[in-house]
Write a protein that binds this ligand. Structure first.
Ligand SMILES: C[S@@+](CC[C@H](N)C(=O)[O-])C[C@H]1O[C@@H](n2cnc3c(N)ncnc32)[C@H](O)[C@@H]1O
Length: 267
């Protein structure tokens, strides 16, 4: 497992508690929109891939009820530990520390993945693998960030870290497939190419008010945590202060956190 845990993945392990704290503001509304698009009925069998601390897995488990089941999978042990704690009263939710792209069980009524598929080393193959876990006529729902979402926070935090530690800012991510399909039209086309029918992409507008508390949680409770991981606590505190000053100097009071909720029927 550890060989799969590079970069962002280690950041997710470290972020688990702060990730849950950010949930109320960010992950939960996005998870709820993802579950709504699946139209889950009571008794359904659901696979939730890249489940984190359960933003979509928990409402999915409530929607399917005691007669249904949700297999919730994440690579991160700390995320799964937090989810097990949060789902103690939902025996139909089964949390597994595992790689979603290698999950064997199939025949699900629906597969969900909120903000997960773009982490797969091969996003297309990983998504197709998830779709193959669903029975014919079942539903697949994959939520991704819309173009431009979240970037302002990462850019300001990266610059703050560079200034405080007198180092180069983190390099821009290399362009990849996700950068070509992060608009509603291109995303729908890509999902259709994965063999789904009746594809629908809903734009789920979300703007986070960047209070100092939320602005910092966005960094330490997400994959951006890698920017400050490994720094001494007093250095992290200086980065936090510089980051908040930098947002304020640029007049950033809101963060675009808009997602594209893409759904389709499995043939
Ligand atoms: C941005 S978080 C989203 C979590 C959750 N779905 C939510 O919306 O709150 C992405 C998650 O994907 C997980 N992840 C990335 N690659 C994975 C893989 N191959 N298999 C399982 N989980 C993976 C990470 O550990 C992280 O918890």
């Amino acid at each position: 497992m550890s060989s799969r845990k590079v970069g962002t993945q280690r950041a997710f392990d470290a972020a688990a508690a702060d990730f849950a704290a950010l949930g109320r503001h960010l992950w939960e509304p996005i998870g709820a929109a993802t579950v709504a698009a699946a139209g889950l009925g009571e008794g359904s069998r659901v696979l939730d891939a890249c489940c984190g601390t359960g933003a979509s897995a928990l409402p999915a488990a409530r929607a399917v009820g005691a007669g249904g089941s949700v297999d919730a999978i994440d690579l991160s042990g700390p995320m799964i530990g937090e989810l097990r704690r949060l789902s103690a009263d939902l025996p139909q939710l089964h949390a597994h520390e595992a790689d979603a792209t290698a999950w064997e069980t199939e025949g699900y009524d629906a597969v969900l993945s909120a903000l997960g598929i773009f982490f797969f080393p091969d996003m297309t193959a990983g998504t197709e693998r998830l779709i193959s876990r669903v029975r014919p006529g079942g539903r697949a729902v994959f939520t991704i960030w819309r173009d431009g979402a979240m970037v302002t926070a990462g850019r300001h935090a990266g610059r703050a870290m560079a200034e405080v530690t007198d180092s180069a800012p983190p390099p821009e991510r290399e362009p990849s497939l996700i950068d070509r399909i992060n608009q509603a039209g291109t995303y729908a086309e890509w999902l259709s190419g994965r063999g789904l029918s009746e594809v629908d992409v809903t734009v789920n507008e979300l703007r986070l008010p960047m209070t100092p508390e939320v602005a910092w949680l966005v960094i330490i409770g997400s994959g951006f945590r890698g920017i400050v991981d490994g720094l001494e606590p007093d250095v992290v505190e200086r980065v936090r202060e510089r980051y908040l000053e930098s947002l304020s100097a640029d007049g950033v009071t809101e963060l675009d956190a808009t997602t594209l909720v893409g759904s389709g029927t499995v043939r």
